[in-house]
Unconditional design. Structure first.
Ligand code: FMN
Length: 254
């Protein structure tokens, strides 16, 4: 069973590719959490997998919250995660390993997959060029083929791009990010908005409603930026930080 979260499709691609290679089933974490589905029974000897994007050098809070609430009928014998990131993961492995350890579950394997950048919510952050984005996706496909085999064989491995100042980024910056940079009051729809409701449809947390045809963000945002990237007319902005930065969504198949 593979539990996954994705805002803009990168991690969905990774989860779907692994599910196909391992003949496994997918569970979308926000949907399961919304429906209160925290109890699972794994088939005998089945692998337990997690796939998620790295947010501010750590697993997204909603993924950690879900793990905390999950209950398994029997302890898992093989647990792995794959995280997607624009470039570096910091102490994502350490944080996730600890969350699993608190349940008495042991991490067997993990790896990071560099995918096109999706975060542009602050000055200085920008998307990859099209050429770079495609190069990352091509490299990721090769990495996934290789690592799916290793997971199939229940290898124990850790292949993470950690980067420098990992503790500082994954703890100090991450806690400020969660406190201050996930504030959805900075989102707005410009006059270009065509009232199509695509933002409502694509928000994985169902945090957006339409009021008089215009999107309203309702205060429980994880900052995946799906609303911004999927808007068909690029009418959504986050303060001034996103202006003129273009959009990205994963469009390939697995
Ligand atoms: C809020 C946010 C924070 C991010 N933080 C990091 C980070 O710390 N390091 C990194 O390499 N990429 C970071 N990224 C980039 C994403 O991890 C990456 O683009 C990921 O593949 C997006 O996955 P998704 O398309 O499944 O949502 C961040 C993206 C977002 C939206």
């Amino acid at each position: 069973m593979i539990f996954y979260f994705s805002g803009c499709g990168n991690s969905r691609f990774v989860a779907a590719t692994l599910a196909k290679a391992l003949d496994d089933t997918l569970v979308f974490i926000p949907e399961a959490a919304r429906e209160g589905r925290y109890d699972y029974t794994l088939a005998d000897g089945a692998r337990l997998g997690f796939v998620f994007p790295v947010y501010s050098w750590a697993p997204p809070r909603l993924v950690l919250d879900f793990v905390k609430r999950m209950r398994l009928a029997t302890p898992p014998s093989y647990v792995y995660f794959a995280c997607t990131c624009g470039d570096q993961c910091g102490q994502t492995e350490k944080i996730f390993r600890k969350a699993l350890g608190e349940k008495g579950w042991e991490l067997s394997s993990c790896f990071s997959v560099q995918m096109p950048e999706t975060y542009i919510g602050m000055p200085g952050f920008k998307l990859d060029t099209e050429v770079n984005a495609q190069r990352k996706i091509d490299t990721a496909r090769t990495l996934l083929d290789k690592n799916a085999l290793r997971l199939q064989q229940r290898e124990s491995f850790s292949e993470m791009v950690v980067g420098g100042f990992a503790w500082f980024k994954s703890h100090l910056i991450n806690s400020s990010f969660n406190k201050y940079a996930t504030d959805d009051r900075k989102y707005r729809a410009t006059d270009a908005c065509i009232h199509c409701g695509k933002c409502v449809e694509t928000c994985p947390l169902q945090n957006i409603t339409l009021e008089d045809g215009r999107p309203k963000w309702n205060g429980h945002c994880t900052m995946c930026m799906a609303c911004y990237h999927y808007c068909p007319v690029n009418a959504i902005q986050y303060g001034k930080a996103t202006e003129g930065k273009g959009q990205y969504q994963f469009r390939g198949n697995c």
